[in-house]
Design a binder for this molecule. Sequence first.
Ligand SMILES: [Zn+2]
Length: 359
Amino acid sequence: MMDDCKLQEQTHRYLSRHFGWLNREADCTAAQPFLPLMLISAWDVRVQTPITAHLERCRACRADLRRLAGLGLSEADLMQAAKRLAGQTDAVQSLSPAAQAVVETIAVRSNSGVVTTAQFVEGQEVLQVRAVRPSGGWVSGRMRAAAGLAAAIVIMAALLWMRMPQATALDVNQFYQSLKRVENISVRTLDSPHQTLLQQIWVSQPLGLRLFLSEHRKVLCRTDVNRQIWQDDQGNITVVPSLAAVPEVLLPPWGLLPFGDITLLPPEYNWRRQESPDSDVHVYELSWVETLADGRRLEKLWRGHLDRHTHLPLTIEWYERWSDDRPYQLMLTMEISYPDSQAVRQAALDSGLGTGGDF
Ligand SMILES: [Zn+2]
């Protein structure tokens, strides 16, 4: 048991963290580390904070909170879960496998697109809350950070399993097994209407190397030396510890899936396998509808071309259309390859980030 003084101090520190989000844009990533802490009864917060304001508007975060509450975790375990959701990937080892799976699923899910800001206005005691975005963007910020490949596999398998006819269940299992073995991956994302390269990522799990390249930003994350090197479009370099927030696409499932978590699938989604003229490739499609801030409905389609033998994705296409009497338009294409570690090391060297020779 904590004595009262210590409890007061901890509660104060906890609330300060909440209000550290004043005048800032709070999305799911911001809210997630707070979710387990909100379940610690001694810290029951009865005031509105920038974080509770996000939860009031965000169905996905509320669902995550309910799932965490359903685990009935001890205070110590809730603290571990909070650390994990704050990005400390080795924090949940003391949790039961079932609890770990829930926490990892939360950690890898996409931002819901709900972004809020809260501020105090002079002369008023209540928070002023504004929804910056009721609906998410299309290209960036699509995927939330993930702890490890295991979490991505669980989600991917669950996603595939949900609407899969029993006859093709074997494919799911093979896909699952194949993804487990992925050590190196490279993804090139092309703006399909213009065929311009938007971004590239290179990941080598054995080497602890993750590289992100776009016109405006380069990031090299090296877990081997606990360092992240960021370069902006002016050439300015920033170095931070590797546990600091990594660009979301540098973590499994590397921006390859529209929803990190099946609970985020909209009610109208549809999952199906398509005929493919190439017998070595299986094609799967996921379609769903997004309702934008102005009430318009945007239909989206994800099409994955998977290697029939390895069951790994080769190409992924992202389509959109405004109504079902119009054809889908191809927006983005992702080309996926599985290079060897040496190729990833070479890409890191070629990026010019880092000091060369020290990989
Ligand atoms: Zn949220």
